[in-house]
Design a protein around this ligand. Structure first.
Ligand code: UTP
Length: 289
């Protein structure tokens, strides 16, 4: 059985939907409940058995790299003050996983970002997490997708039904169902108009990819928005090998925009052991039962 040991988290995009905040703060560093968005993603990867994580950043996103380094000055202040719990929390961040960073200094597209990890990934299947996409599933969505990969031995992409008028915002697939929640992908199109969409099953931000994706991305020409699109690379890969879709059961939040981020914050806050009860009481006061 081939294990999925490595994950890529592309985080070098401009985050225009979150302006003006993202003018100086990477959206991946905004706190969702009690920790930055990207820490939730890394914990999801670790909980799914992934050991090595490659984060793609840019020179505008140094805060992400700093966050995962040790801060010895802060640690010694916390130690002197006897703040043992805070100290443990701060130290834990740099021990979560084996995390490395690759810079993509021009945002030439998600496909271009993934291609930059070719050497470090090598010849093995790997996971991709788009950090904007938050999924409330049990077990973690990527863990379920790893099971699908082990059974079908091909790349797996997360799928979700979207409203017909929303197809212009997603990669959309044409499929054949092969098992419960599992589909074989027949075709895929990036951001089609509703009348051109082959279905209303949209590609979401979790993938298990075979290493042949790198050759496909080398051959991928710039597409929508002049960017090298991962969906276009997957469409080329589909000509050589089977790709599967997994229509997960659970809730999805688009944390790449303020309203989606707020919804995810409330949901995670309500489940948080230290915050949930008080937050629930507060929401009841605001909106009634
Ligand atoms: P998005 O299309 O959501 O772009 O990228 P974005 O820049 O994050 O946000 P908006 O749309 O401008 O508001 C999907 C994921 O791919 C990464 C992004 O950081 C995000 O996690 N990405 C995108 C890159 O790493 N490099 C790119 O060139 C493009």
């Amino acid at each position: 059985m081939i294990e999925i040991r490595k994950a890529v988290i592309p985080a070098a995009g401009l985050g225009t939907r979150f302006l003006p905040t993202t003018k100086s703060i990477p959206k991946e560093m905004l706190p969702l409940a009690d920790k930055p968005l990207i820490q939730h993603i890394i914990e999801e990867a670790v909980a799914s058995g992934i050991k090595q994580i490659i984060v793609i950043t840019s020179s505008a996103k140094i805060a992400i790299e700093e966050y995962f380094k040790r801060n010895l000055a802060l640690e010694s202040v916390l130690q002197e003050k006897g703040e043992t719990e805070l100290l443990e929390g701060v130290r834990r961040i740099s021990t979560l996983a084996n995390i490395s960073f690759i810079r993509q200094d021009q945002p030439l597209g998600l496909g271009h970002a993934i291609l930059a990890t070719r050497e470090i990934i090598g010849n093995e299947p790997f996971a991709v997490f788009l950090p904007d996409d938050i999924f409330d599933t049990d077990p973690p969505l990527i863990k379920q997708m790893i099971n699908v990969y082990q059974r079908h031995k091909g790349s797996v992409i997360a799928l979700r039904q979207v409203a017909k008028e929303d197809t212009v915002r997603y990669g959309i697939v044409k499929t054949d169902q092969v098992a419960e929640r599992v589909y074989r992908i027949l075709d895929m199109v990036e951001k089609p108009a509703p009348e051109e969409a082959p279905s209303n099953l949209a590609i979401m931000g979790r993938y298990i990819l075979t290493p042949e994706i790198f050759e496909a991305l080398i051959d991928t020409q710039p597409g929508t928005g002049g960017e090298i699109q991962l969906t276009d690379g997957l469409a080329l890969l589909l000509k050589q090998q089977a790709i599967y879709g997994y229509a997960f059961d659970g809730t999805y939040y688009d944390a790449g925009k303020p309203l989606g981020f707020l919804k995810a914050s409330v949901s995670l806050g309500l489940h948080h052991p230290g915050m949930g009860n008080e937050l629930r009481e507060h929401l009841r006061k605001l909106v009634g039962n």
